[in-house]
Write a new protein. Structure first.
Lengths: 325, 307
């Protein structure tokens, strides 16, 4: 990835196929001066170097480490085990399948409730009505807050002794004493509510941005043809916003697979708790926990990576295919 | 989810199509306002509850419980949290990480976006994909090798008293920039594609070199996109605590969000105080959001592949 600035212009993308011989095409790369070339190379080189060294190099090293056992201390202690970590994870690691299940629940929940709701809100806000900014701010606010605040806010809501939820239930006459974050059957859903609270605003903002870039003439044409609001949205706006929809989908999938910090905060910052196992937490447990099982954690990370790659791949193919004419 | 509790009051959904500016607009919008106001209020409840808690004294809540009318309201918790917990120090840590990281991310991604969207180099698409995909990798996949890498990279003493990239703010800034570049490159390249090519052509005709094109023409035109990205990136980077948690050893050097653990351990007995402290950590991102709000939506040209 180091030869691009000197490459000839891509013929497929150029409007005039004879760009090389036509001096009238003003800034094809072929026409750049040496100084410009040096500038552009440095310009792309530095970010590219940072990306390769800090992101891609560690990613590939992780994949390699997943075939080894290592305590994370002495580099000489790295031993090759082949697929040992993987068989161990799939067959003999109790929290693994609950974590997979919880990640799936997370994904389904997020995809079915907060995401469509965020889209609905964006659609409602995309009208010329008053107070839009106020509504936007209120719903986006949870995204702005740091997780320190989010974790704390939900802690004082879910706390079984002093929390808002149980106090309100008691005031309403319920005698139950529900430990929302402690009960393994409930805590995942409690965290999902908190997560959905944040996610909705995020999707709303992304979708609103997409709607603003949408050609209003299309909507007007649909309205003139007698389509009502819902029909216009489902049949005209939604399909036309395919690029945005793909981004929303990828954001939802990635956020669900990567879900970490809100669970970490609400779980008390001690790693995975019963009922709240997630792949990201298991990886963290193994890598920075008391006993470092680097190879093991890396293998878990690779499992997560492979699942993510399905989403990343879909996104890249869908988004960039049309540009690759 | 609780959101289903708020239903849009039945909108008049008759077959009659309302004329564009006819008399049927107010009732339609009334329903919409009720719906949006209801949701907004519901979304604010958790936050308002935290604010309410943080304003009450510990004695009051200990005696009457949290779910009660206040007997004393005051800002004491905020002043106490500020003075007792060393928060100014951790705020400074956060600022020293967030500001360079956001600026670096924007500059780097603007450079890459300029490169891939304003020129027809052969590997542009591959580059764009490489950057975008990098941002989608789970952070946990990167952390172990990154940790070892940081232990290997020496830094001069004036940059880091650990003499390493590990346990230093520079390391956190570096990974934030490298990791966040992908998203910003994606958004910015979409934005730059909407700037007519003729502008660059005119600049070339006038003899402007590429660096002047970039700094004097393209960058100023991208201001809305920068505002939107600066908002999002400030929020993300400021709020992140995974990298500091794993790559900074000394609690003293951590940003305010990861230092919450310190706060919590120290003041575990007084949740009201922690509420105040936690709310204060939200102030910087709120300020950024409100300052750049005007351009926030308009600058986020995600996937508007008009080109």
């Amino acid at each position: 990835m180091s030869s691009e600035p000197s490459a000839p212009p891509a013929p497929a993308a150029s409007p005039a196929p004879s760009a090389l011989s036509a001096p009238s095409a003003p800034y094809r790369p072929g026409r750049l001066s040496t100084g410009d070339r040096v500038f552009l190379s440095a310009f792309i080189g530095l970010p590219l170097l940072a990306l390769l060294v800090f992101v891609w190099l560690p990613a590939f090293t992780s994949i390699a480490l997943s075939f080894t056992t290592w305590d994370g201390i002495d580099l000489g202690d790295i031993h090759w085990t082949g697929l040992g970590n993987y068989t161990e994870i799939f067959t003999n690691y109790p929290p693994f399948w609950p974590a997979v299940r919880n990640n799936l629940i997370w994904l389904l929940f997020t995809a079915l409730l907060p995401t469509p709701f965020g889209i609905l809100l964006a659609y409602q806000l995309d009208k010329k009505i008053r107070f839009t900014k106020i509504y936007q701010t209120a719903i986006f606010l949870p995204m702005v807050l740091s997780l320190a605040v989010v974790g704390f806010i939900w802690e004082i809501i879910y706390n079984p002794d002093t929390g808002l939820l149980d106090s309100a239930l008691r005031a309403a006459g319920s005698a139950h004493h529900i430990d929302w974050l402690g009960d393994p059957d409930l805590n995942l859903w409690a965290v999902l509510i908190a997560s959905g609270w944040r996610h909705t605003g995020y999707i709303m903002i992304l979708y609103l941005a997409g709607l603003k870039g949408f050609d209003p003439a299309l909507k007007e044409a649909a309205a003139l043809d007698g389509a009502n609001g819902r029909q216009t949205f489902l049949r005209v706006t939604f399909p036309a916003l395919k690029p945005v929809n793909i981004i929303i989908l990828v954001v939802t999938v990635m956020e669900s697979l990567r879900a970490f910090d809100i669970v970490y905060v609400l779980g008390g910052g001690v790693g995975s708790k019963p009922g709240m196992e997630l792949l990201s937490l298991l990886i963290t447990d193994n890598i920075i926990g008391e006993s470092s099982h680097i190879g093991y954690g890396s293998a878990l990370a690779v499992v997560l990576l492979l699942v993510s790659l399905a989403a990343i791949g879909t996104f890249l193919v869908q988004t960039f295919r049309k540009e690759d004419r | 989810m609780t959101t289903t509790a708020v239903r849009p009051p039945s909108r008049p959904r008759t077959a009659r199509r309302p004329p564009p500016h006819g008399p049927s607009r107010p009732p339609r919008n009334l329903g919409r306002h009720l719906f949006l106001a209801g949701v907004s209020l519901l979304w604010l409840v958790p936050l308002l509850w935290a604010v309410y808690t943080s304003l009450r004294s510990y004695d009051d809540t200990a005696r009457h419980g949290y779910f009660s009318w206040p007997h004393s309201i005051g800002p004491e918790n905020f002043t106490d949290a500020w003075t007792q917990s060393g928060m100014p120090h951790f705020f400074l840590n956060s600022v020293l990480i967030t500001v360079p990281a956001v600026l670096g991310t924007l500059l780097f991604s603007a450079a890459v976006a300029f490169h891939v969207s304003r020129f027809d180099f052969r590997f542009n698409l591959a580059l764009l994909m490489l950057f975008t995909a990098g941002n989608l990798l789970p952070a946990q996949v990167l952390v172990t090798p990154l940790y070892r890498l940081y232990l290997l990279v020496p830094l001069p003493g004036w940059m880091s008293d650990s003499f390493l990239l590990y346990n230093s703010a520079w390391g956190i800034i570096a990974i934030h920039i490298a990791y966040q570049c992908g998203f910003c490159t994606f958004v910015l390249s979409n934005y730059m594609k909407t700037i007519p090519k003729e502008i660059s052509e005119a600049a070339v005709v006038d003899g402007a070199q590429v660096w002047r094109q970039f700094f004097q023409i393209i960058l100023p035109l991208c201001r809305p996109a920068f505002a939107a990205l600066a908002t999002l990136e400030s929020i993300w980077i400021y709020n992140d605590f995974f990298w500091p948690l794993t790559l900074i050893e000394t609690g003293d050097k951590r940003p305010v969000t990861s230092a919450l653990a310190n706060l919590q351990g120290q003041y575990f007995t007084n949740p009201n105080l922690i509420a105040a402290g936690a709310l204060m950590t939200a102030i910087p991102t709120l300020l950024v959001y409100f300052a750049l709000q005007r351009q926030f939506i308009s600058g986020l040209t995600i996937g508007s592949g008009k080109g």
